[in-house]
Design a protein around this ligand. Sequence first.
Ligand code: PLP
Length: 345
Amino acid sequence: MATATLTIDLDEIAANWRTLDRMTESETAAVVKADAYGLGAHRVARALAREGVRSFFVAIAEEGAALRQALGPGPAINVFSGHMPGDADMINDLELTPMLNSVDQLIRHVEALPGAPFGLQLDSGMNRLGMEPAEWAAVRDIALAQNPTLVMTHLACADDPEHPMNAAQLQNFREMTDGIEAPRSLANTGGVLMGPDYHFDLARPGIGLYGGLPYVDARPVVTLEIPVIQCRDIEAGETVGYGNDYSAPEPRRIATISAGYADGIIRAMGPNARVFAEDTPCPVTGRISMDLIGVDITALAEDPKSVELLGLHQSIDTLADAAGSIGYEILTSLGPRYTRRYLGG
Ligand SMILES: *Cc1c(COP(=O)(O)O)cnc(C)c1O
């Protein structure tokens, strides 16, 4: 079998949630948008619900609808994109809670589904989603009179605790919400790590659950093992792969492994990437193909049956560095061809 195996440890995701939960006095929700950052929202959310998570967040109503089928009634499923045209039936039938982002969304929601739960998202400076301060001032009393389940905002620079934007957004959010009765939420993973000022009533970590920065102490969650299809010796001056990008400076042994950019192994990372055979790093040689990658196994005593791209030797953030990217993109790029194995849960 030439299929690579992606192992996802649900117990480690649960352990990361527990540790983040212990850092705050607030409720700790779980962000499972984009199929739980590519790791499988059904399995991840069910494991987290068993662990005690009572609120989940997704990006769009369709994700929420699918998640409700997996979770059954009970947990809150909050939708960051709010109430879009065509969402009313899904919101109603599957008991989703839209985080309303504008006066238009507020009107749409109360007209279509009077009395149905909703939250509110405010823009504290990121200029991505949420009501602007002036808009908020105009509808604040009407909106709060209907008891929103949550009033939230989102940090633009939480991965950099020293960034002055964090304090500025905190102050804006306070000015917009101090004294209200509704529960408030500001912190993503980075916000949780920045301490109690940022915690409010509910924290919304995503990447930290899945083992990524800025949660430095996160436990790794994914392992990606790629089978070796073929090994060969090459002479000094011979090349490997498309475009002859790699030319051997001296005799080398090359393994061809069974995964490529179609599996989310970003092509641009080629010159900086490596895989591991047990503890030995094996650099990628030449361009990453759609389904295949050449790696230099000269340092090994024996040809490996498979190599590790992600796991204890190489984190999602180390691999992201090789691609000039972030752990979030490595996870959400993980392709559909892998055999997915879940541990624990
Ligand atoms: C994605 C997202 C989160 C989770 O952020 P992490 O950095 O992954 O912890 C929280 N809130 C909002 C609004 C988001 O879009």
